[in-house]
Design a protein around this ligand. Structure first.
Ligand SMILES: NC(=O)C1=CN([C@@H]2O[C@H](COP(=O)(O)OP(=O)(O)OC[C@H]3O[C@@H](n4cnc5c(N)ncnc54)[C@H](OP(=O)(O)O)[C@@H]3O)[C@@H](O)[C@H]2O)C=CC1
Ligand SMILES: CC(=O)N[C@@H](CCC(=O)OP(=O)(O)O)C(=O)O
Length: 340
């Protein structure tokens, strides 16, 4: 079987990462890639690292013709811009993996209150598979549309959800402190991501107001069936890629040291069949997972708290790697195909 993949918004960082990763996929091949201003030029002229890897001319987006040629389309557009394109692609009859946040949340009200826009296809909100095969493999396998998770939420939901599910941690007192590489902000020019703004510097942003806070709360609730309250603070750090999340929680009973042992046991049991999730004894670093779809997590006791540490690559398990893992599940392949 061969899977024909379309890439929408191919000029960005996640588009490049999809192309890099799919170059070593045995059965999936990018057959079309779209852009706006760069339509008509070769993809390698926009992403020079693809020279000799992917020989394609970027084209303007035409949902009907893309749907005819593609078994699945990876839609790498910003939130807000994505939903309408996703709608047109689905109506034209192809399957879509949406990288944006437009279909991730459970309700229209939650989406519109955080994203401050009217959703153009509200009927699909709450009826879309969340692209985390570790929890939603069955829905993903049958889905016409998969909402690929946000990068920060991936690094928080994976360590937290099994602990909430097992009642090991206090659900009203969760602090997620995350650091991201600059590629997390995308490739388009912004003052905040210029070299002189980010080099040799680290800064918190969107404190108390980042849109990934409701995504973490909503998804942990969906997975564990229990409401959680999260304080989430993202930081921009001077590295190209990677996310490290340090998560402070309180155990529901017993001393923190005994609870830390239970946390490791719970993760090992829950993720035993999940090839990309590795509970580790060492303190994970972004370098340990860079360029891979892997997730490393560990726990330490500190006073009466537990400190969870989770490392991912924002462009791989945080975006394009997860999308390929989802595609594998959608097309009944082993989920590690092309990702090992
Ligand atoms: N970077 C990351 O680590 C992660 C990103 N995501 C999400 O993935 C999606 C893509 O991210 P990323 O690749 O980093 O973003 P980029 O900004 O690097 O690229 C997005 C591409 O979308 C196109 N685009 C931008 N605005 C519009 C618009 N209004 N209408 C149509 N096309 C537009 C642009 O291409 P052109 O102008 O050439 O048409 C641009 O190259 C986003 O939704 C992002 O939030 C999710 C997880 C992690
Ligand atoms: C460093 C940085 O700026 N990161 C981005 C998150 C990228 C991501 O995953 O966002 P989506 O929900 O849009 O997919 C941010 O904070 O908005």
């Amino acid at each position: 079987m061969s899977i024909a993949v379309g890439l929408v918004g191919a000029t960005g960082y996640t588009g490049l990462e999809v192309a890099r990763l799919l170059a070593s996929h045995p059965t999936a091949k990018i057959v079309a890639a779209t852009a706006r201003a760069d339509a008509g030029t070769s993809i390698a002229s926009v992403h020079p690292s693809l020279a000799g890897v992917l020989d394609l001319t970027l084209q303007e987006l035409d949902a009907e013709s893309l749907a005819k040629r593609c078994d699945v389309v990876m839609c790498c557009l910003p939130h807000g811009a994505s939903a309408e394109t996703v709608h047109d692609l689905i109506k034209a009859g192809t399957r879509v993996i949406d990288f944006s946040a437009d279909f991730r949340l459970s309700s229209r009200d939650l989406y519109e209150s955080w994203y401050k826009v009217v959703h153009p296809w509200p009927d699909r909100i709450g009826k879309t598979a969340y692209g985390m095969p570790e929890f939603f493999a069955k829905e993903i396998a049958d889905a016409d549309l998969v909402a690929n998770p946000g990068c920060y939420p991936t690094s928080a939901i994976l360590p937290l959800a099994p602990l909430v599910q097992s009642g090991l941690i206090d659900t009203g007192d969760i602090i997620v402190d995350s650091k991201s590489g600059v590629s997390g902000a995308g490739r388009s020019a912004k003052i905040g991501t210029l070299y002189c703004e980010t080099n040799e510097s680290i800064s918190a942003y969107s404190v108390g107001s980042h849109r990934h806070q409701p995504e973490i709360e909503d998804l942990v609730h969906r997975i564990a069936g229990t409401s959680v309250r999260v304080v989430f603070t993202p930081h921009l750090t001077p590295m190209d890629r990677g996310i490290l999340s340090t998560i402070y929680v309180r155990p529901t009973s017993g001393d923190a040291k005994t609870s830390a042992e239970q946390v490791m046991r719970t993760w090992r049991e829950r993720y035993a069949g999940c090839p990309f999730i590795t509970p580790v004894d060492h303190l994970p670093a972004t370098k340990h997972v860079a360029g891979t779809n892997r997730v490393q997590m560990t726990v330490r006791a500190s006073g009466d708290r537990l400190v969870l540490v989770c490392a991912i690559d924002n462009l791989a398990k945080g975006a394009s790697g997860a999308a390929i893992q989802n595609m594998n599940v959608m097309f009944s392949l082993d989920e590690t195909t092309g990702l090992t």
